[in-house]
Each structure stands twice: as C-alpha cells, then as structure tokens.
Design a protein around this ligand. Structure first.
Ligand code: FMN
Length: 182
C-alpha cells in the first residue's frame, strides 16, 4: 500500500484505459469504499449501478455532448444515484462517496475519472439525468449525479509538484482581504 499523501500527489483523473478488466475483488473494494463513505445524518441516500457491459457504457457516453471520453474508454463505471428526499445534503453525500471510490481506486493502482451528470444536458436539449435514468431503468425518485469510470491507466500523468500548490487559497486565523482570493 502506498503512502496516502504520496498517493494524493500522484493521483490524476485518468481518461484512457486499457482493455484489461478490473479484478472482481478490486470492484468489491471500490464499492465497499462507497458504502463506507460518511454521509449527512447517516441517511445513506445513495444507490450505485455497476456497469461493465460495453454497449451500456457506450450508451452512457452519449449522456452529454462533451466530457464523456472516460465513459467511452473505460471497462467499469459506477453510476451514483442520489435520493434527494432521504438527504437534503444529497449532493455532498454523493460527492463524498464518489471521491472515496476514486481514492480506493488510486490505492489499488487503478485510474478513475468523475463524469458529471447532474445539471448537464443531452445533445437533444433534455437533461442528462433523464437520459441516464432511461438507459439504466432508474426510477424518477433518484437523481443520477455522476458516473465514475475506472480501469487500468493507458496514459501517464505527471504527479503534481507540491511546490506549485495554491497556498494563497489558505487563510490562517482570519480571511486575508489584501490579495483578493480568486
Ligand atoms: C464535480 C466534478 C465534475 C467533473 N466532471 C468531469 C466530466 O464531466 N468529464 C471529465 O472528463 N472529467 C470531469 N471531472 C474531472 C476533472 O476535470 C478533474 O478532476 C480536474 O481537471 C482536475 O484534474 P485531476 O483530477 O487530474 O487532478 C470532474 C471532476 C469533478 C470533481
């Protein structure tokens, strides 16, 4: 297991994957990470759809006109569905679960990418959420929030240089008005 902080330095969104399937045990660990994620009031307002079928992945890649290259290329995707009645913090809850899956994938040496669905539009002008609901048979009560793609990386991304982190975004004790935060 890699040192956690070094893993964060090396993690990047991966949009190109090899055809090698993700091991079933690794898929289980990724889903366990989602189910272990903290959530508001223990609401557990999430549902996850695991997709490995290539045709379904290609249909999901049509959810919106751009930004779906990872869905087209991946061997595994987890669609995060959220119940807004069960949790008023459903966006936060879903985001934490998606991030947990991405971190678990990184710890396993796998690549991943978050593909946004919430608030996006299909090419025909209808909400991407509706399109995903139709492809996967999701009830109207659940909001498809994002698709997280996974696989063995087929691209090399350079680790972040810790010297280049935006420390000006960090305020100590009090918000600094002088160099206006962007
Ligand atoms: C809320 C959110 C939405 C994102 N949507 C997309 C997307 O639709 N398509 C995509 O290829 N990447 C998407 N990403 C990945 C970001 O582009 C990526 O995290 C960002 O450029 C920083 O790069 P890094 O992950 O390599 O550090 C999304 C990430 C987040 C957190």
């Amino acid at each position: 297991m890699k040192d956690f902080h070094q893993m964060l330095i090396e993690r990047h969104s991966i949009r190109r994957y090899t055809d090698q399937p993700v091991d079933a045990e690794q898929v289980k660990l990724i889903l366990e990470a989602a189910l272990l994620a903290p959530c508001s009031k223990s609401s557990r307002a999430w549902q996850f759809v695991v997709v490995e079928d290539k045709d379904t992945l290609l249909r999901l890649a049509d959810s919106k006109p751009g930004g779906t290259v990872p869905v087209k290329n991946c061997v595994l995707a987890v669609v995060v569905l959220m119940d807004p009645i069960k949790s008023e913090a459903w966006i936060e809850d879903g985001s934490v679960a998606a991030s947990y899956m991405q971190l678990q994938a990184a710890a396993l040496g796998l690549g991943s990418c978050w593909v946004e669905i919430r608030g996006r539009m299909h090419a025909d002008g209808t909400p991407s959420e509706d399109y995903v609901r139709e492809v996967l048979g999701v009830p109207d009560s659940l909001n498809p929030m994002c698709i997280v793609t996974f696989g063995h990386p087929d691209e090399i991304r350079r680790p972040v240089d810790p010297e280049k982190l935006l420390w000006e975004k960090v305020h100590v004790g009090k918000f600094r008005q002088d160099d206006a935060a962007e």
